[in-house]
Ligand binder design. Structure first.
Ligand SMILES: C[S@@+](CC[C@H](N)C(=O)[O-])C[C@H]1O[C@@H](n2cnc3c(N)ncnc32)[C@H](O)[C@@H]1O
Length: 152
């Protein structure tokens, strides 16, 4: 696991590795903005929850990456042999060709896990680079005020 994302306690790791189902807001955004046949990449896939659920909704070309090998191991085990693809990669420096994907998912605050400004900037640049022109990316971000007050 990269040093700057080694932020999970055992409890948090288990939560994100084995979480199930889509949240209502995730399902809404995915169904509204993403195409079922579109080539899709998910950043910070954790235990693969979002892609596993998207497959059940009928999405057909799904890949995910995470910088934590332990997460990718869990995602591969959970998905089994069902055509989902998972690999260890760092969002700030991706090996994919320019314009490789038609749509991308950066939900559950993936960008916010990156500790420094340059890393976050590089992750945005990489997300833009690997996306086909006109494609959609779904991002979510932490609410700073909520975090400070420890309510979100
Ligand atoms: C809150 S979990 C979300 C997991 C999954 N997307 C979900 O919603 O169930 C955030 C994930 O982002 C991953 N992550 C953090 N920084 C990353 C980076 N620079 N590149 C790739 N993955 C990263 C973490 O290892 C962790 O698995």
């Amino acid at each position: 696991m990269l040093e700057n994302v080694n932020v999970f306690s055992n409890v948090e790791f288990t939560k994100w590795a084995y979480l199930e189902e889509l949240k209502i807001e995730e399902k809404y955004l995915i169904q509204k903005y993403l195409e079922k046949q579109g080539k899709t990449i998910e950043a910070g896939t954790g235990g693969g929850r979002i892609l596993i659920e998207m497959q059940k909704l009928g999405f057909t070309s799904l890949s995910g990456f995470d910088c934590a090998p332990e997460m990718i191991e869990v995602a591969q085990q959970r998905a089994g042999n069902n055509g989902l693809s998972f690999e260890v990669q760092d969002a700030t420096n991706l090996p994919y060709e320019d314009s490789s994907f038609e749509q991308a998912i950066y939900l559950q605050q993936i960008i916010c896990f990156i500790q420094d400004d340059l890393g976050r900037l590089n992750a945005f640049k990489e997300a833009h680079r690997i996306l086909k022109k006109g494609g959609y990316i779904l991002f979510s971000f932490l609410c700073f005020d909520c975090r400070v007050k420890n309510i979100g």
